[in-house]
Design a protein around this ligand. Structure first.
Ligand SMILES: Cc1cc2nc3c(=O)[nH]c(=O)nc-3n(C[C@H](O)[C@H](O)[C@H](O)COP(=O)(O)OP(=O)(O)OC[C@H]3O[C@@H](n4cnc5c(N)ncnc54)[C@H](O)[C@@H]3O)c2cc1C
Length: 509
């Protein structure tokens, strides 16, 4: 029987990201992917939210930006049939990269390869059992069945996760009785894209850019003059028991548009055609013994644009904790904070995506009034900003132990500009190696001395920053602040609190 420290079932975005982060933390995972080749069917059209900040903190964002086939769109987002227009804010709280999922997976796969991760494609996990000491995983590979034992198994095996079922983890929630069709299409010469993005269709008239609601469903059009293609979107109330394996066709899309809008839109071709159903489901637990879940295996949200953000951030949160456990230096309960923190983050995403369903699905005058009112509120800066950071997942504050945690504790570490003896840098750069950082912002020898016992487990940096928010920050590898000293906090409270935080997150020295 083969052996591994940790097996990752599934080489989708969550599985690959987990493999990358585990490698940075010194663990070589075994990644098993049932498909023999990388996915080439279209899924997500882009990546948005706090994960972009995390990629920047790893020094990877420029690489991801360079791989985008088109320029980043103006920061406007749909929200349950209402438009969020962040162009009115100088520093929008929500960013997106138009990086199709195939490109995203290729980049993650390349990065994993650079770090020496082996992705075994064509190897399907077919069964699992676990006890206190480890997991045994049955696999069907190209040369027949075999078994691998490991200390942990992480199910990154998507929405229909069998790992989740084998672990006995419930996946309660709702399936909405509607079918969504999403396409990127080229139009025939008969159709004109007008200067404001509307379409002029012969024999029909003008189709407005943005969302149009009719008695038969919702239609969405995204277009700009001169662009090679336009995006089309329909939602119809329908039974959802279509066959996933039957690919969507241009005719199916045209039929749907005819039902929703009453238009026959002449189409020349497509670069993307997909059909999906919105589900709101969240795993009851993200951990059952030695089996953990991340990505779509753990949650499905009933709105677009948030799932990858949540799944990749799960992977980042889990990797360093799992690595600490595998290296034998995890403090008690560290691995359980994965569920505590990421289930909370998932529930927050569920909250606003479910609210979007309620906003979007109502057809009567009361629902129209609600949408109009929400749209009006979201033209004001404060609610717009708040909604943006909620969608980005940037408003999450993980619960931190201790009686009065600093306001920064549990939040994503701010990217402070730093002046050091060697020049200037930023917090983001210190996080490139994905290691814990103690950032001393007030030349506090007492705090540096307090961390000495943790030796190589934490990187200690001394720097100055203009308008320092605290005297020192302890930053976890996932870029979240574990602890912060107040400005001029006396040693008799700051030193024991730092000891406590280092023990809680990095173990006993
Ligand atoms: C049409 C469409 C549009 C979308 N648009 C967006 C969007 O705009 N923004 C966004 O954020 N998200 C979007 N999503 C969601 C996004 O695609 C998913 O959230 C994402 O793919 C989840 O990644 P994952 O790694 O968790 O799971 P998956 O991508 O599903 O990967 C799971 C992997 O596990 C493998 N696997 C399954 N079972 C086994 C097994 N037993 N053994 C070994 N391997 C196994 C699968 O082959 C697969 O490769 C969209 C989804 C669809 C369908």
């Amino acid at each position: 029987m083969k052996n591994a420290d940790v097996i990752i079932a599934g080489a989708g975005p969550a599985g690959l990201m987990l493999a990358i982060e585990l490698s940075l933390a010194g663990v070589r995972p075994l990644v098993l992917e049932r498909h023999p080749n990388r996915r080439d069917t279209p899924k997500a059209g882009g990546l948005g939210g706090q994960i972009l900040e995390l990629l920047r903190y790893r020094g990877l964002l420029e690489r991801f930006q360079a791989a985008c086939p088109g320029p980043a769109p103006a920061p406007r987002f749909p929200f349950g049939g209402v438009h969020l227009d962040f162009t009115r804010l100088a520093d929008p709280p929500l960013h997106a990269l138009p990086l199709p999922q195939q490109h995203l997976e290729r980049l993650l796969d390349e990065r994993a390869g650079e770090l020496g991760v082996d992705v075994h494609r064509g190897h399907e996990v077919t069964g699992v059992n676990q006890d206190d000491a480890g997991v045994r995983v049955d696999v069907r590979g190209p040369d027949g069945p075999y078994r691998v034992s490991a200390r942990y198994l992480v199910g990154c095996d998507g929405a229909r996760s069998r790992v989740r079922d084998w672990a006995g983890i419930g996946f309660p929630g709702t399936v909405y009785p509607e079918v969504n069709r999403l396409a990127q299409v080229t139009l025939t010469d008969e159709v004109t894209v007008l200067g404001n993005g509307d379409l002029d269709v012969p024999g029909f008239g003008v189709i407005r850019a943005g969302f149009t609601r009719t008695d038969h469903g919702l239609f969405g059009l995204g277009s700009s003059p001169g662009a090679p293609s336009v995006s089309l979107y329909t939602i119809e109330d329908e039974t959802t028991d279509y066959d996933d394996d039957v690919p969507m066709t241009l005719t199916e899309l045209q039929d749907s548009m005819r039902r929703v809008l009453g238009v026959h839109l002449p189409l020349a071709g497509s670069t993307r055609l997909s059909r999906f159903t919105f589900k709101a489901r969240q795993a009851e637990r993200y951990r059952a013994g030695r089996i953990l879940l991340a990505g779509d295996a753990a949650h499905l949200f009933p709105a677009t644009g948030v799932a990858l953000n949540a799944g990749l951030l799960d992977a980042v949160n889990l990797a360093w904790k799992l690595a600490a456990d595998l290296h034998g230096r995890a403090p008690d309960g560290l691995l359980d904070t994965y569920h505590a923190e990421r289930h909370l983050a998932g529930a927050r995403t569920m909250l606003h995506t479910r609210a979007q369903v309620a906003l979007r699905r109502g057809h009567d005058a009361a629902a129209e009034a609600l949408r109009e009112m929400v749209q009006e509120l979201l033209t004001d800066e404060q609610p717009l900003r708040r909604m943006g950071s909620m969608i980005a997942g940037a408003d999450i504050r993980y619960p931190m132990p201790g009686p009065n945690p600093h306001p920064l504790a549990g939040t994503f570490a701010p990217d402070l500009p730093l002046h050091t003896g060697q020049g200037t840098t930023r917090v983001a750069e210190l996080l490139h190696p994905a290691r814990p950082v103690l950032l001393d912002l007030a030349d506090r020898a007492d705090l540096r001395e307090a961390a000495r016992a943790w030796g190589q487990r934490v990187d200690v940096h001394t720097a100055r920053t203009d308008r320092r928010p605290s005297d020192a920050l302890l930053i976890r590898p996932d870029a979240h602040v574990a602890w912060a000293a107040s400005v001029d906090e006396p040693a008799d409270t700051a030193v024991p609190a730092l000891h406590e935080a280092l023990s809680t997150w990095l173990g006993t020295p």
